[in-house]
Design a protein around this ligand. Structure first.
Ligand code: FAD
Length: 440
């Protein structure tokens, strides 16, 4: 019987296993993960779970019973130590195992603060696993002083939860502004103002010189000479793809395990998906760190193991929740040369549209599900609205979609644009209606 072994019990691993069964794969599926529990969602870790509003069971991607029902063997708490690619076997902490197909879904590991700077002190945490949060959450008590290092989404989400829990929060960012790597200055300004309104102190262009204390950090010395008293520190300075197994097995690695458009690595019978994999996108090779990507790429790999020969077409999107703001991002903003700001009459509702020339690349939508839905569809269909009109709140985005499609496409696609216009309207309505349900 054909056997698929999946290494990594996270979002990508779970999605690949379930999709294989969904497609009628009749062989054995073994899902191995080194964390002690069944596959769970990470996004709530820095949101509802840290806030104490979600129980551990609510994090599970699927109930354990479903894997049993689908005849998927889960092996939590088991580490894969080595791949013997020639022999199509792996060595694990509980023994050897053969495979016909191996899917690497090993995810990413947080970058840690160097021990020489104080990164090994007892109250310095990273945010990646449920175990991390279970250690941090009891320390989230009103009045405590939290230092967050790093102004990316995870750091900002942790800062927001801490401020909501009554902690005194300082966030330091080494770059000249928060969200430098992932968003435009306008989006950074929006979130800086949001945090400042909620009492978070944000220090940009500021690095940590040293965390000081015996056993635990009590003081942080900053690059501008300031000394901050701290009770706990969260380090959110990015992640690195977990390529340890792939490297050791001699697979090609290029900022992640290198896969082709079908999800195949450089070694026959070995596939990769999710945070750990880099893949061809347009004329580049990229790696994404998001749930929708982990699901879609893993499902593509599952389909290709079943013989579909289906290339993976990434349609990047992402979200972040901070205080009462839901940020939704459609597309990839790499190489943008202009940002158009679209404000709304409702306070706090805005969207930032990234263009290169006249081509729409991406949109950040803040509490603006309609702009997000329209942008997502426009980007997927390769339609760019006129940058000059998009910024005016008087411009009906739905009509823009229609008129732009008519101008860009031959007559036959006008009907498609009509249908698109209607679909966008109803999708945005249902998105709005579901906003109150907890997504992450
Ligand atoms: C705090 C936080 C908040 C986030 N918020 C969002 C969000 O709002 N929206 C969004 O889209 N994305 C968000 N993300 C990112 C998203 O969670 C990841 O992109 C996604 O989980 C990637 O899934 P994955 O399966 O590739 O990797 P992972 O979820 O990291 O799973 C990989 C698993 O493989 C295991 N593993 C590694 N090596 C081995 C081995 N040798 N043997 C056995 N097991 C191994 C790891 O321990 C891990 O359990 C967030 C991430 C974090 C940490």
């Amino acid at each position: 019987m054909t056997r698929v072994v999946i290494v990594g019990g996270g979002q990508a691993g779970s999605s690949a296993a379930l999709k294989l069964r969904g497609l009628g794969f009749p062989g054995e599926i073994i899902l191995i993960g080194d964390e002690p529990i069944a596959p769970y969602q990470r996004p709530p870790l820095s949101k509802s779970y840290l806030l104490g509003k979600a129980a551990p069971d609510a994090l599970l991607i699927r109930p354990v019973s479903l894997y049993r029902e689908k005849n998927i063997e889960l092996r939590p708490g088991c580490r894969v130590d080595r791949i013997l690619a020639q022999a199509r076997r792996i060595e694990t902490s509980t023994g050897r195992l053969g495979y016909d197909h191996l899917i690497l879904a090993t995810g990413a590991k947080p970058v840690r603060l160097d021990p020489s700077v104080g990164g090994a002190l007892g109250n310095v945490f990273t945010l990646r696993t449920i175990e991390d949060i279970d250690r941090i959450a009891p320390l989230f008590q009103a009045g405590r002083r939290l230092l967050v290092i790093g102004g990316g989404y995870v750091g900002l989400e942790a800062a927001a939860v801490a401020a909501q829990s009554g902690l005194q929060v300082v966030l330091v960012e080494m770059a000249d502004r928060i969200l430098r790597r992932v968003a435009c200055a306008e989006t950074a300004a929006y979130f800086r103002a949001l945090h400042v309104r909620h009492g978070v102190r944000i220090l940009e262009s500021t690095a940590i010189r040293q965390l000081e204390g015996s056993g635990t950090a009590a003081c942080a010395r900053l690059s501008d000479g300031e000394e901050l008293a701290v009770d706990l520190v969260i380090v959110g300075i990015g992640v690195k793809p977990d390529v340890a197994l792939a490297n050791e097995a001699g697979l090609d690695v290029d900022d992640g395990i290198k896969v082709d458009e079908l999800g195949r690595t450089s070694s026959e019978g070995i596939w990769a998906a999710g945070d750990c994999a880099s893949f061809p996108y347009r004329d580049k090779r990229i790696r994404l760190e998001s749930v929708p990507h982990a699901i879609d790429q893993a499902e593509t790999v599952a389909a290709n193991i079943c013989g579909a020969q289906k290339p993976y077409v990434a349609t990047p999107w992402f979200w972040s929740d901070q205080f009462d703001v839901k940020l939704q991002i459609a597309g990839l903003n790499a190489n943008y040369d202009r940002v158009v700001v679209r404000l709304d009459r409702r306070p706090g509702v805005a969207s930032h549209w990234y263009f290169r020339g006249n081509t729409l690349l991406a949109v950040d939508a803040m509490n603006d599900a309609r702009s997000y839905m329209i942008a997502k569809r426009l980007i997927a269909s390769g339609i760019s609205p006129d940058p000059g009109s998009v910024g005016s709140p008087a411009t009906d985005l739905g009509h823009l979609v229609k008129s732009r499609a008519q101008a860009q496409a031959p007559r036959q696609s006008v009907r498609a644009a009509d249908a698109e216009h209607k679909r966008v309207g109803s999708a945005a309505r249902s998105e709005r209606n579901s906003r109150s349900s907890p997504s992450a």
